[in-house]
Write a protein of this length. Structure first.
Length: 109
């Protein structure tokens, strides 16, 4: 019973939800993001989910929240690719989401 309780205690610490807030100003953001035109240009393929409980793991499933204090990460959309920390591409289907450049994965932990 004790190992099960310990697992429940530490489980929330090990999950990396992707609740995202789109900041209005660059200095409010954790990450600067650029949306590319073509899939082969991105670091991460993103799918916008409808519910926050669908945004589990660091796999490109993002749920956009209304308030900054609800977010795990705050992002700012930049105008040019050379201004960004992360280049993303929005996909149409959930199973298309995922990392193309795993070296940038640390940005969303």
């Amino acid at each position: 019973m004790k190992p099960f309780l310990l697992l429940l205690l530490f489980l929330p610490l090990s999950s990396h939800a992707q609740k995202i807030f789109s900041a209005e100003y660059q200095n409010q953001a954790d990450i600067k993001v650029y949306v590319v035109e073509y899939e082969n240009q991105c670091d991460l393929k993103v799918f916008k989910v409808d519910y926050s409980n669908q945004a589990n793991g660091n796999s490109g499933l993002w749920y956009f929240v209304d308030y900054a204090n609800q977010a795990d990460k705050k992002i700012y959309f930049v105008d040019y690719p050379n201004q960004s920390d992360l280049k993303i591409y929005f996909v149409q289907y959930q199973n298309q989401a995922g990392w193309r450049d795993k070296s940038k994965q640390h940005l969303l932990y």
